[in-house]
Design a protein around this ligand. Sequence first.
Ligand code: SAM
Length: 460
Amino acid sequence: MELPVAFVGRVARDLGPEEGAALCAALDSVPPVSIRLNPAKCGDAVVLSQRLGAVGQVPWCADGWYLGARPQFTFDPAFHAGAYYVQEAASQFVGLLAGDLAGRRVLDLCAAPGGKTTLYASLAGPEGLVVANEIDRRRASVLADNVRKWGTGNVAVTACEPKALGELENWFDVVAVDAPCSGEGMFRKDPASRGEWSESSVRVCAARQDAILREAWRALKPGGRLIYSTCTFNRDEDEGSLERMLAWAGDEAAEAPVPEVGSEWGIVCGRVGAFRTYRFFPHRACGEGFFAAVACKDPELDARMRSPKARRTLFGQADKSAVAELGRWVQEPAAMRFAAIGDTFYGWPAAQADAVRTLSEVLPVICSGVAMGQLFKGRLKPDPALAFFAGLDRSAVPAAEFDPERAVDYLRKAEVRPDALAEGMNLICCEGRALGFAKRIGGRVNNLYPASLRILKSER
Ligand code: SAM
């Protein structure tokens, strides 16, 4: 499909005929393929990236790699184990703008399918918390699947209007708005997006961005950072959104410390008031079209953290024996808190457990922390999510190592032969990475891989 005529005309006017033509030519070239490794699961980064065909590192993200070609990720057990995320390179840049996230509370307001959420989760570490919100329920469930697979255990997924999150006033150290936009930066990677673009969709997106930024600002605490990003080149949705925001928030915005940006990276750096801006053009930088900006909320502002009144009590206490059994399954039980929601027990990083409880009392939380499973006669029947948790204590359950072919059969939820499995519950692994559980009862095996996650594609 051709590029929209109005788009071609606009970029020629904005960038000049030569650079406009270079951008349009790049949008018709082959997009680079990139991934981001999961530091908690990838093992030796060089070994895994080489197996995937890495040809170089993404310069602005320590865990980002370019691949020479697109492997069939669907048939790679390491992909299903959450050892990496297939993420466009330019969008990995937001990690640099976030600063030191260790132990911080992050709100990712427009989060599905979870590329940036999983990046923030790795950076926030076991003491931090990422609240990942997605307004669209169906997309929120994909986000929740990706978060579980990433296995950091420090994410809570919500599916709300941004207004509901804005009511958690001054709560977050970092608020990220990866705004729904007209998607001009995706014209290469997703040619169908060319047909969806129109000048009126730009206006609708800009108005939506204004509304989201208002809620994002309410949720940000003084001294905290706002990261605004889009995958469009459109000024009205990029600099324009920031200008409109500064018209009402200008006094409260301050400059954030910014990272060094290598001139060879090809990023176009700029400024809108207190915001530093970064634009990725595919004819200059190795990635898709992307725009990112960062500013702080004035640290001197006198603002109190406020949350709405609790609407429900969800958490049931885990008694001593439950805590002992649950603690047996994790590497650092003392650093976790456990509680029951309905008949399922969950674990959260102790440092953020109270925050998750407050959140769960005021908002519909789809999933949070680690779903540990259910207790029967004092013994844990593990939830599939526990297999993905990077903090799982492997001594709690025997591991059965499968070769990649057998692992793919397991992931298809096909019948599992009993050989190599111990009697009872087993953790199914490939290259040492956990994929899920299976239970052997004599000569029979129950494949406990979740049906919703199974591989459906038959052709290799
Ligand atoms: N951050 C995601 C990632 O890195 O994988 C991509 C987010 S995508 C650019 C924008 C998201 O905003 C979409 O998932 C979309 O459903 C959501 N969205 C759409 N309308 C919205 C609204 N009015 N408020 C908040 N989010 C909205």
